[in-house]
Design a protein around this ligand. Sequence first.
Ligand code: GLU
Length: 430
Amino acid sequence: MTTISDAPSTPPQGNEWETAFYGAVTAQFARAADALELDDEARARLVQPRRTLTVNFPVRLDDGSVENFTGYRVQHTLTMGPTKGGLRYAPDVTMGECAALAMLMTWKCALLGLPYGGAKGGVRCDPARLSAAEVERVTRRYAAELIPVIGPNIDIPAPDVGTGAREMAWFYDTYSQAVGHAVPEIVTGKPAVLGGTEARQPATGLGVTYIIEDLLARFGWPLTEQRFVIQGFGNVGAVVAGELHRLGARVVGVADAGGGLASEDGLDIPALQRHVAAHSTVAGFAEADAIPGAAVLELPCDVLVPAAVEAQITAGNADRIDCRLIVEAANGPTTPEADHRLAERGIRVVPDVLANGGGVTVSYFEWVQSHQKYTWDVAEIQERLRHQLHVALNRILQAAERHDVDWRTAALTVAVDRVAQAARLRAVYP
Ligand code: GLU
């Protein structure tokens, strides 16, 4: 939410998307481009977002006043097919954040073999301070503002931080009202009764768990003997915690925006989930030690799962991270400086583009179903998801060996190579 008084006095000039997060993502890209010996022409085509849209729009609040909101939609590459990516509602959403996340979506889709370029959008707002009716009006007006740049074969939004099936239903309805007929394939992550799939909501967290099971089996680390710490207890973190608990693993720490919890014996995750359903935060759960949210990342454990937002593991705390493996359920949780420090300390990182790829993979299945007006059952979708992630993990491990690089760089070499080849073959118009 922006008012005249907090508008920036010196507007940024030039490439408005070039923020620290965008810089971090392009630094990751550059490492992969170096490993591939990609030429400058190909790099230049991939390093900038193809389309960035900013919209400022008024919404009437429940008290009758009118508030102006700023929203974005960034489409990183148009080379691979329509663009795909979520919509984020948070107070710190910027064009630079959307652009960085859109680039990550391009690599994620390419790594997983999905026929999309990356996109991301969002509205700068605090959904916790808006009523459901206000969120609905924000969503409908934002959807209407995006109509010139989206479409079921152009750009397909989905949930991200601060949005879910409810917002997708409103978005779908607004788009359908505008074009005069139902278009369920305009969004993914919508409720099952509207043409979504029950498999989508847990998909990101399930994908994280499949990757953990797959990797631990390759390492010979019994899952039931590992201690897990999860930062974030929302759409993704809560599912990961629930699945790991169900598989007999010990979750020794969790955190969300309200605070952190630690329990050396392992948290009772079903009881914690009931607490969160009642109180909307992990804070206040009596059967564990309360600790500051930021301290959770530094708890001793075997596997650390950052499942919140970007830039959580930084040069400032990387030396105090006390785990053997990091699995990035969030997008961009580790900065390049932290990556470097972790590598020196022998801590492996499973990159976001693989670890949280379950969400967009099931989005793809939902989109195909919506286009075909045909529904697959949840078990079939989950089996396909497990297989697709397993294949992508194989590709990464092979690329890591071939190029002698870390897993993130390896994942990006697979992805960047695919997109660069497509760009070369489509050549330059006119
Ligand atoms: N927002 C999710 C992500 O970051 C999913 C995007 C989608 O399903 O299109 O991967």
